[in-house]
Ligand binder design. Sequence first.
Ligand SMILES: Cc1cc2nc3c(=O)[nH]c(=O)nc-3n(C[C@H](O)[C@H](O)[C@H](O)COP(=O)(O)OP(=O)(O)OC[C@H]3O[C@@H](n4cnc5c(N)ncnc54)[C@H](O)[C@@H]3O)c2cc1C
Ligand SMILES: NC(=O)c1ccc[n+]([C@@H]2O[C@H](COP(=O)([O-])OP(=O)(O)OC[C@H]3O[C@@H](n4cnc5c(N)ncnc54)[C@H](O)[C@@H]3O)[C@@H](O)[C@H]2O)c1
Length: 444
Amino acid sequence: MTQTYDYDVLFLGAGHGTFDGAGPLAASGKRVGVIESGLIGGTCPNRGCNAKITLDAPVTVQRAVERMQGVVSGKVGINWSELVAHKQTIIDPLPGNIAGKLTQSGADIIHGRGVLIDAHTISVDGRAYTGDKIVVATGLRPHRLDVPGDELAIDSSDFMNLRELPHRIAIMGSGYISMEFATIANAAGADVTVLMHGDKALRRFHQPFVEAVIDDLQSRGVTFVRNAGIRQLSRDDGDITVHYGDDATLAVDMVLDATGRIPNVEGIGLEAAGVTVTPHGIPVNDHLQTNVPSIYAAGDVIDKEQPRLTPTATFESYYLYQLFSGQTDAAIDYPPIPTVVYTSPRIAQVGVQPESAEAVGASVVHNHVPDDWYRQIDEQSIGDSLLVFDDDHHLVGVAEMSEQAEDAVNTLLPAVVFGYDRDQMWRMAHLFPSISASAWHKIR
Ligand SMILES: Cc1cc2nc3c(=O)[nH]c(=O)nc-3n(C[C@H](O)[C@H](O)[C@H](O)COP(=O)(O)OP(=O)(O)OC[C@H]3O[C@@H](n4cnc5c(N)ncnc54)[C@H](O)[C@@H]3O)c2cc1C
Ligand SMILES: NC(=O)c1ccc[n+]([C@@H]2O[C@H](COP(=O)([O-])OP(=O)(O)OC[C@H]3O[C@@H](n4cnc5c(N)ncnc54)[C@H](O)[C@@H]3O)[C@@H](O)[C@H]2O)c1
């Protein structure tokens, strides 16, 4: 007798690792269930990308006005409480919109915390739901620094909900969150100190670009302490004191712990179901399948080399849709995943990076962004674009630091992903003037 299950595919978690593919999968006729304990949409819309970029929007306005002083006059101040309220109006509808699309596609949403009971069953508030296949897409949560007093620090979600911006802010760590939030807090008037673990920030990015952004932030009053060696946080009267180095101290009003994010793999029944986990998440094979054949994983919770970003989670989610709907049985074939850090200027990159160009026989073409007439319109004075080409003039990588680096990399993405030759590059007639025209002009 064939075993029947409530669902063909049961997803645990409703972030990008799930919803980008779960909707099309349900629309294709599969019975799909999505279990979520928090807000539908997960981290990116509610406490990640969408929320963060809304807080960043006035920074770009402020910087543009600053650069064009003389042509325009006056200064742009940021009203923090209005900004946070604006952010909330932007993101509040997102969980409902995403849930609406899922249910309209035919998926069931099950609200509550899910715990695996066996290879085909997840329990939610004492009720068991079964699936022929299960996808674990439970994401990450903030890492907390293991020092006395770390409970005095807030995390990135807390930061984005602050009704008032404290005056003196220490940020522990110098990765994406640290650099982006230091940019925003500094622009909004806070006195920011970044306490770095080592001597490099944003380790995966082109370091000369990172150092240029650090120089710019320093010129705006942000303090960077390299190799800080944080030992303890303590509460002293109204202040929080950060104890670091041999005997240095820093008194601040708020500390942001931005020391990374760790996988949500505990307490969700992975052991009961027999799923292997590592400190870096859930290992999967090239079909995103765990060691238990009926259980797959998607998104940030996977132990993987690819960057833990929305484009990666979306790609994996869509791959599982194709796999489960029978459109493919091939292994997942990741494209080059682009990434950007939303500082001002931004740093964005995709594909082969300048550091590894020589090793793969590629060459690097350097363009100084402020020399480009299009970037002179709004007086960009900091910026560089590095284009990495193979011997046949295929673009294999891009690294850019500029105010529109994310758009420049996005527009060149098809050339990197599909390996366009010169004729194909010329076949595209870009709107002019535009960032696309400017970026493509440099590669043809
Ligand atoms: C501050 C911040 C800014 C970011 N900015 C960017 C950016 O600009 N660009 C970018 O590409 N990426 C960004 N990211 C990363 C991006 O948000 C993640 O890569 C993406 O959200 C991963 O999606 P996911 O589905 O794997 O996980 P998540 O979105 O975290 O979803 C996991 C879901 O699982 C749910 N869950 C967990 N356990 C259970 C359980 N037992 N039962 C039921 N539900 C459960 C959680 O509630 C959550 O909703 C940012 C992240 C942060 C924190
Ligand atoms: N623009 C984006 O795409 C974006 C923005 C924000 C977050 N994210 C995602 O969220 C993840 C988490 O961001 P994040 O900035 O917290 O992580 P991260 O991995 O980018 O940076 C963590 C930082 O903490 C430091 N650190 C680690 N251990 C430490 C210790 N013991 N003491 C002091 N510092 C220590 C690291 O050196 C690093 O600087 C990112 O990896 C990324 O996947 C992406």
